[in-house]
Structure formats: structure tokens, C-alpha cells
Design a protein around this ligand. Structure first.
Ligand SMILES: *[C@@H]1O[C@H](CO)[C@@H](O)[C@H](O)[C@H]1NC(C)=O
Ligand SMILES: *[C@@H]1O[C@H](CO)[C@@H](O)[C@H](O)[C@H]1NC(C)=O
Ligand SMILES: *[C@@H]1O[C@H](CO)[C@@H](O)[C@H](O)[C@H]1NC(C)=O
Length: 728
């Protein structure tokens, strides 16, 4: 996939550079190492691990990219290829009289460079010139890349197909009984196709994959998301189908964020990467398992690698880079060189310990070695060579004639499916209300969450609710006992008692919110709450209006009090409450609240909640309460300085302030907190606003009635009033 994309990009590039006549389309890449020979073998390695600058965005002509970060391990692979070719050239029993040459390209681990290298290998350097391209009628040969795998049987591998590795990894995971795993992969062919096979095999093995996420090493933001997914997931086993480069960045982030405690399952690309295991990353990597490519010993290789010296090939830019990086010294005398220390020339690779010199565990290296030998043996057969006598055929051999050898696996996937000896527990998704148990081998009922009477939060709320109820009843008793005293009589006792009654209901209605939601409790909850609160606010509103009217009544020539006597007060309260009753009836008949099992929020829990049915109904009920309380607040605010009995308007203003504050803070909390906390928040708001009303409106009066009875007289009341009138 990547290859094709890159080729398309090259197409776009040639269009933007279009001009009349034929032009040089770009400079060809030169091999980093080459040697003339009768038959040339091509090699593509990422001798550098990074490209400087940005990856192409394919919107402008690509700027040339620098290659950075000498990769010692890849250089060892390239050197192994050279070693194998030299060895074969030295031998008389393989390809006698034929010299093999090589062209080794550096891909810098970049897709663009890889494609350019592949093209350069297939087309000779001259063909990149447009004049020859233009004069040719034959299509450029690189088009073959599109169908490389189908058309050309000369695409072999010395490493087992990832198809088998993926399936083996699935069995390995199964073997340890890990049936719940997470997966992360490199976003390239290696990771994507490897993971696709793994997922398929894992499904057959009864392994459930919680998430499968990918990133490319050039995408740090994606990597952060991947890390986040892993951290938030519940799987403790992570299958990492990553190339060594992605693994490096992945590990770096895990180390940085101190994310440990995961069992890593790795691919051959990194599982033996000893350089990854630093003391800090060991906490993450320790205990990782996976399959490694078979190790081997290649005699003479170590000596060959160590023999290399920059002085033997001073023109080679890569070798210079390698040398300077390895010895941290500068070969050039210019000031802008990376290292200040000049190289002495007496450096020797034998003193160094790095991935280039370390051949104690060679695996992939052996595959490079084997592939050169496989090719050589194949050529040997094709050319009908016999030891010491030379080859019978001439060297005009086409690449496709190089046939596979027994030791090499074809890249073609076999259609054979592998059957396994074992009790496969199929991966059955649990029903919605179920969730897998700890061992992930059975479905168990999800835990159900709702605010119950048994839990601490429920008990506390019930206590507060009952406390509020008792307190209200107590206030009512006090008022009843002193119903003939001026303070009770003066402040329209009828409304006071009605208010106390509705407050009692308010406290009690919070109880309907606790307990397992049922059809009835859901319908009762919001409607009971809506109606009692409106009753409550209407009473307060009535009181406020009375204060306003009473003041006007004292003014000469006004008889407004006639217009708002007790019958009108009753009617107002009744009318306001009826509107809410009407809203509730509409809501209940059109789309009533119903008990609902919310499984969206948690994977392993079911939230039992009351779905409001019609959101419009719910917000209409709340909105109406809001409207009334706002009205009440505004009127009380206007009346707060008017002379009335015992500063009632002032206390009402204050209580409405509390009321509005509580419900305004309720809205965001209600919308954002899930499950039983939503309910708790709602109950809390109900209790808080009820207590607010009770304390602000009734406590000051009870104080006077019980503790300052001398103030509870007609005289002091009037005095108080006239004093205020004078003041204002
Ligand atoms: C090949 O032969 C040459 C000349 O004898 C020798 O210098 C070189 O080390 C040999 N190379 C290998 C890989 O054996
Ligand atoms: C990392 O986490 C472990 C336990 O989770 C803790 O013991 C350790 O101190 C942490 N290390 C750092 C560097 O934060
Ligand atoms: C694999 O099998 C499928 C269906 O049986 C077939 O279409 C496909 O061509 C086969 N592939 C190979 C590579 O044999």
C-alpha cells in the first residue's frame, strides 16, 4: 500500500514540474555502497534511521531530505551482504568464474527513499534522464512494482512470513490463557497486515481484542492517543506488532509516562532488540515474550566487520558519517562539523561496543547472509555451473529465472488453514446486560448502579430529608401554638401554613428519587417535585406580592389591598400550581418518564436511571419553576426596602437568591455527572433549596416567637413599621 501511494506521489510531482519538452525529472539516488560485477545484486537497507525535515505533504515539489541517525544494526546487515558476496566471489565451488557485484541503497527508513531506491535498482541511472525516457517508446520499468508480487516470482524471503508469526502469536497468547488483550501496531504494511492476520487468528482462538490501535513513528500525536487508549483500557496484555523504530518511540513514551504493569507480546522485529532494553525501559519490557528469528553463527563475519576502516574508502559519505558517529570525532577540518574532537585515524572498530560490532546474537543478519547465498546457489544452477569448470551458460539471465530454493519461503500466502489440537473457547460477545468475569471465560450480569436506600449516600440523603420534614413540622407546630400572636397573623398566616405544608412535601419528594427506579417512581419523581416546588414558590410569590401591595395600601388614596386579599392570594397560588399540573399531565400522557438501563456510559456497569421521556417536558417543568422563582426574586428585590413586618421581603430576597444559585449550579452538574450522581445532585438541590426557604423565611420569626416574645407585640410591630416609614 505504501509503495503504491509513494508512486502516485511521484506522478503528481512530475505533473507540477511539467514544462514543454523533456526535462530532467529529478536526480537519481546513488547507491551508498557499490561494487562492479558481472551480476549485480541490489540491497536496500535503512542505514540512516531518520529523515530530517518534514515528510512530504504531496502539495508542493518535495524538498530534498537529509538522512540522519546512523543505524548501526542496519549497517551491520549491509556489511553482511557485502561479506557474503565477497565470500562467494572467493569461493570456487559456487559460481566459479563469475563475479558478483552489489549496489546497496540507503532508504533512511523513509517510504519515499525506499521507492526511489527500488526504482534506481530496477532502472539504471541513465534512464532517469528524461531525454532517454522521451525517446523510448517502452514504458518505464518501474511500473512493474505495482504487480511485483503477482507477476514476479523472483520475490522471495528468507524470513518466515508474518502470516505464520501472527498466527503463532495468537496461539502463544492463547497458551497463557490471555483471552483479553489490547493490540498496537505500526501503521505500515508490516503492522497492518500482520495485525490483520493476528486479529483473525485471535478470533478463531477465542481471544478478545479490546482495542487495536496504530501509529507511525512520524505521528507523535497519534502515539499519545495510542498510549492513552492503552492506559484507559482494561487489558493487561498488549500485543505490539511494531517495527523496531516504532517500538523505540512507543517505549520512550511508556517510560516517560511511567506506564508499567503490562505484559508485552512482541514480534520478531523488536523482541530481541537488546538495545531497547535500557534500565528504565526494563520495567516495561521485562517479561516480554514473542518469537525470534533463529540465531546463527557466521564464521569470519565478525572479523570482516571489525576490519572496516574509513581510510580504505575516504570518498564514501556514509562511511564517514558512520565513522564520525561511532567515534564521536570529526573527519573534516571544517568548523561546522558535528564533533569538535578530530579523528586521529588510529581508531579501530575493535575498541567499540555497539550494535554494529556486536555479533553475539545474529538473527536477521543471518537472513541477509542466507538470501545472498540462496541467490548465488540459484544462479549457480541456472548457469549450469560446475565447481572448478566454470559455468556452461552465458550470463544473460533474466531476474525471473532465479528460482526459489528449498530453504526459502515464497511470499505467496498458502491457502492452507491451520487446525489446532485444543479446546477453543469461542469469543462470544456477552449480551448487553452481561459482562465477562474476571477470568474472561464466562458472562456475568453487569453490576447495576442506582442510588439505593442501603448505601451511605442514600442514607445520608434520607436523613437530611427526614430532618427537613421534622423541622418544617416543628415550625408549623410553633406557628400553630402562637397563631394569635401579631407576628404570625401579620404575615398572612394562611400563606405561611400553605408554604410550610408545601415545604414538607418538598422534603418528602426527594425520597422518591432514591431506590431502584420503577415505572411509577420515575413518573412520580419529577412531577411530584415539579408540583410541590411550584406550590412552594407560588406561596412565596404570594407573600412578596402582599408586601408590595401592603406598602401601596398605606399610601393615601389607595385601596389596592382590596384587590389582593386572601381570596385573590388563594387564587394566585392555585392558578400558578395548576399551570404546572397541566404541564405535568401533558408530559405524562404524551411521553412519560420511564426506567431505563443505560449501558452507554460504563462498559462493565448498567446505570438504572429514569429516562425523562420527553426532554421538553422535563425542561418545561424545571423552566417553569425557574421562571416563577426569578419572578419572585425580582419582586422581592424591589420590595426588599419597603417597610413591612419583620423584614419579610428582605428574607425572601435572600432565600430566592439561595434558591436560584442552587438550581443554576445544578444544571451543569446534572448534565455532566452520570448515573447515581445525577440523582444525588438533584436530591441535593431539592434539599438545599428547601432548607434555604425554611431557614430564611421561618427561622427569624421562630426566633422572635420563642426567644424574644417582647418583640412579638402589636406595639413593637407598629413602632418598627413607623420607624421604617420615617426612615424611607
Ligand atoms: C576474499 O579474498 C580476499 C583475497 O584473498 C580476502 O582479502 C578477503 O578477506 C576474502 N573475503 C572473504 C569474505 O572471505
Ligand atoms: C512509577 O510507578 C511505580 C508504581 O506504579 C512507582 O513505584 C515508581 O516510583 C514510579 N516511578 C517514577 C519515576 O515515577
Ligand atoms: C485462496 O483461496 C481462495 C478461495 O478459495 C481463492 O480465491 C484464491 O485464489 C486462493 N489464493 C491462492 C493464493 O491460492
Amino acid at each position: 500500500m505504501h509503495v503504491q501511494l509513494a508512486l502516485l506521489a511521484l506522478g503528481a510531482f512530475s505533473v507540477t514540474a511539467q514544462s514543454p519538452g523533456c526535462q530532467l525529472l529529478g536526480t537519481a539516488v546513488m547507491p551508498s555502497f557499490s561494487q562492479e560485477g558481472q551480476i549485480t545484486l541490489g540491497g536496500v537497507f535503512f542505514l540512516h534511521g531518520e529523515t530530517g525535515g518534514k515528510e512530504n505533504q504531496f502539495t508542493v515539489k518535495p524538498t530534498s531530505m537529509d538522512c540522519q541517525g546512523v543505524n548501526f544494526r542496519e549497517f551491520r546487515l549491509a556489511q553482511t551482504m557485502i561479506f557474503a558476496i565477497e565470500e562467494i566471489n572467493n569461493r570456487t565451488d559456487i559460481l566459479p568464474g563469475v563475479t558478483l557485484g552489489y549496489k546497496i541503497y540507503d532508504t533512511c527508513a523513509s517510504v519515499t527513499f525506499s521507492v526511489r531506491s527500488a526504482m534506481a535498482l530496477m532502472n539504471s541511472y541513465e534512464e532517469m534522464r528524461s531525454d532517454t525516457l522521451c525517446s523510448r517508446s517502452a514504458p518505464p520499468r518501474y511500473l512493474c512494482v505495482f504487480e511485483l508480487q503477482e507477476k514476479y516470482s523472483n520475490f522471495f524471503r528468507t524470513i518466515p512470513s508474518d502470516y505464520y508469526q501472527s498466527r503463532a502469536l495468537a496461539q502463544l497468547v492463547k497458551h497463557f490463557g490471555w483471552t483479553w488483550v489490547g493490540a498496537v501496531r505500526s501503521d505500515n504494511d508490516y503492522g497492518n497486515s500482520g495485525m490483520a492476520t493476528f486479529v483473525e487468528a485471535a478470533n478463531q482462538e477465542g481471544i478478545c481484542i479490546e482495542y487495536s490501535v496504530k501509529f507511525h513513528r512520524t505521528e507523535p500525536e497519534k502515539l499519545l492517543k495510542v498510549i492513552d487508549t492503552i492506559e484507559r483500557g482494561t487489558a493487561k496484555v498488549v500485543v505490539a506488532f511494531l517495527t523496531v523504530l516504532e517500538m523505540y518511540y512507543f517505549l520512550e513514551q511508556l517510560t516517560l509516562q511511567n506506564i508499567t504493569g503490562f505484559q508485552m507480546v512482541g514480534t520478531e522485529a523488536w523482541i530481541t532488540g537488546s538495545h531497547l532494553a535500557t534500565p528504565s525501559s526494563y520495567r516495561i519490557l521485562g517479561g516480554s515474550i514473542g518469537f525470534a528469528v533463529t540465531g546463527a553463527k557466521i564464521s569470519g563475519l565478525n572479523e570482516f566487520l571489525l576490519k572496516l576502516h574509513v581510510s580504505k574508502n575516504t570518498d564514501n559519505a556514509f562511511l564517514k558519517d558512520f565513522w564520525e558517529t561511532a567515534f564521536q570525532c570529526s573527519l573534516s577540518k571544517e568548523d561546522n562539523s558535528r564533533y569538535t574532537k578530530p579523528c586521529t585515524g588510529s581508531e579501530s572498530l575493535t575498541e567499540l561496543k555497539n550494535q554494529y560490532t556486536d555479533t553475539s546474537e545474529i538473527r536477521i543478519t543471518n537472513n541477509v547472509y542466507k538470501s545472498v547465498h540462496a541467490t548465488a546457489y540459484s544462479l549457480h544452477n541456472q548457469l549450469e555451473c560446475t565447481p572448478h569448470k566454470g559455468c556452461a551458460k552465458n550470463l544473460n539471465i533474466e531476474p525471473w529465472q532465479v528460482s526459489p530454493l528449498a530453504c526459502v519461503n515464497s511470499v505467496k500466502h498458502s491457502n492452507k488453514t491451520i487446525h489446532f489440537l485444543s479446546d477453543s473457547n469461542d469469543c462470544i460477545p456477552c449480551d448487553l446486560e452481561y459482562w465477562s468475569n474476571e477470568k474472561r471465560d464466562r458472562c456475568v450480569l453487569k453490576t447495576v448502579e442506582f442510588l439505593s436506600f442501603e448505601e451511605v449516600m442514600g442514607i445520608v440523603l434520607v436523613i437530611f430529608s427526614l430532618f427537613g420534614t421534622c423541622l418544617t413540622v416543628l415550625v408549623a407546630v410553633v406557628f400553630l401554638a402562637h397563631k394569635n400572636t401579631p407576628i404570625v397573623r401579620a404575615n398572612n398566616s394562611e400563606l405561611s401554613f400553605l408554604l410550610l405544608f408545601s415545604l414538607t412535601l418538598c422534603f418528602l419528594c426527594s425520597l422518591t428519587f432514591i431506590g431502584r427506579p420503577s415505572q411509577w417512581s420515575c413518573m412520580l419523581r419529577h412531577t411530584a417535585f415539579g408540583v410541590t416546588f411550584v406550590l412552594c414558590i407560588s406561596c412565596v410569590l404570594g407573600k412578596t406580592i402582599v408586601v408590595l401591595m401592603a406598602f401601596r395600601a398605606t399610601l393615601p388614596g389607595s385601596n389596592v389591598m382590596k384587590w389582593f386579599g386572601p381570596p385573590q392570594q388563594r387564587l394566585t397560588v392555585l392558578a400558578f400550581t395548576l399551570i404546572q399540573v397541566l404541564i405535568c399531565v401533558l408530559w405524562l400522557t404524551l411521553s412519560p418518564p420511564f426506567p431505563n438501563k443505560n449501558m452507554k456510559y460504563y462498559k462493565d456497569k448498567v446505570i438504572l436511571e429514569c429516562d425523562v421521556g420527553s426532554a421538553v417536558g422535563f425542561w418545561a417543568v424545571l423552566g417553569y419553576i425557574g421562571l416563577l422563582s426569578l419572578m419572585c426574586f425580582v419582586l422581592a428585590f424591589l420590595a426588599r426596602k419597603l417597610p413591612d413586618n419583620f423584614n419579610e421581603a428582605k428574607f425572601i430576597t435572600f432565600s430566592m437568591l439561595i434558591f436560584c444559585a442552587v438550581w443554576i449550579t445544578f444544571i451543569p452538574a446534572y448534565v455532566s455527572s452520570p448515573g447515581k450522581f445525577t440523582v444525588a445532585v438533584e436530591i441535593f438541590a431539592i434539599l438545599a433549596s428547601s432548607f434555604g426557604l425554611l431557614f430564611c423565611i421561618f427561622v427569624p420569626k421562630c426566633y422572635i416567637i420563642l426567644l424574644k416574645p417582647e418583640l412579638n407585640s402589636r406595639k413593637s410591630l407598629r413602632g418598627n413599621m413607623s420607624a421604617r416609614v420615617l426612615k424611607s
